[in-house]
Write a new protein. Structure first.
Lengths: 113, 118
């Protein structure tokens, strides 16, 4: 089947700390991988994506590399800010018909000044 | 470009009552999704439309949930009758479809409707 497993939170970091949120997936075929972010009171927003193995998605200082050998798509940021406090969701999209998305359970990040 | 619109933003009902949610996707987006997000969990797909046809409704509790997208644009999701475990945020999302392959681009989400069933 298709599924996404994220590291459990909540995660609390000091400003300028290094962030890693782990994500591993199980999928048939060759899925596309995504990170979505949900700020308090808002809907999910696409943060970055990668559509094939070894692709690196990046946006707003966040990066994630599609690792087929380890079936992972870990999210990283070198220096977090208070404004990065949000819930982060890893997701995959099947490459075959249907375009169905599968989401992880989310990881809550709080950055303290 | 206007985003995905949803209404209402909040709804409180008693169990066994009925409720309906509305979604207007981004103009031109052929695919529309309804998700249920229970507190502390990731979104779970309830139903997916492509234009006005259902692509996937395998996780929709059809004994109480229904959804329609009659003109291939906006959509409604209904729960009748509601149960306590239906308390969640209901998210609507939409995406474009690649004409060449039929695969979708990334999804754009609305702000969601927070349903509380008492």
């Amino acid at each position: 089947g298709n599924s996404v497993t994220q590291m459990e939170g909540p995660v609390t970091l000091s400003e300028e700390a290094f962030l890693t949120i782990n994500c591993t997936y199980t999928a048939t075929g060759y899925p596309s991988l995504f990170w979505y972010v949900q700020y308090p009171g808002e809907g999910l927003q696409l943060l970055l994506k990668a559509t094939k193995a070894d692709d690196k998605g990046s946006n707003k200082g966040f990066e994630a590399t599609y690792r087929k050998e380890t079936t992972s798509f870990h999210l990283e940021k070198g220096s977090v800010q208070v404004s990065d406090s949000a819930v982060y969701f890893c997701a995959l999209k099947r490459s075959n018909t249907g375009n169905q998305f599968y989401f992880g359970t989310g990881t809550s990040l709080t950055v303290i000044p | 470009e206007a985003g995905v619109a949803q209404s209402p933003r909040y709804k409180i009902i008693e169990k066994r009552q009925s409720v309906a949610f509305w979604c207007n996707p981004i103009s031109g987006h052929a695919t529309l999704y309804w998700y249920q997000q229970i507190l502390g969990q990731g979104p779970k797909l309830l139903i997916q439309f492509q234009n006005n046809g259902v692509v996937d409704d395998s996780q929709l509790p059809k004994d109480r949930f229904s959804a329609e997208r009659l003109k291939g644009v906006d959509s409604t999701l209904k729960i009748q009758p509601a149960k306590l475990e239906d308390s969640a945020v209901y998210l609507c999302a939409s995406s474009l479809i690649r004409k060449t392959s039929g695969s979708s681009y990334e999804q754009y989400f609305g702000p969601g409707t927070r349903l509380t069933v008492t």
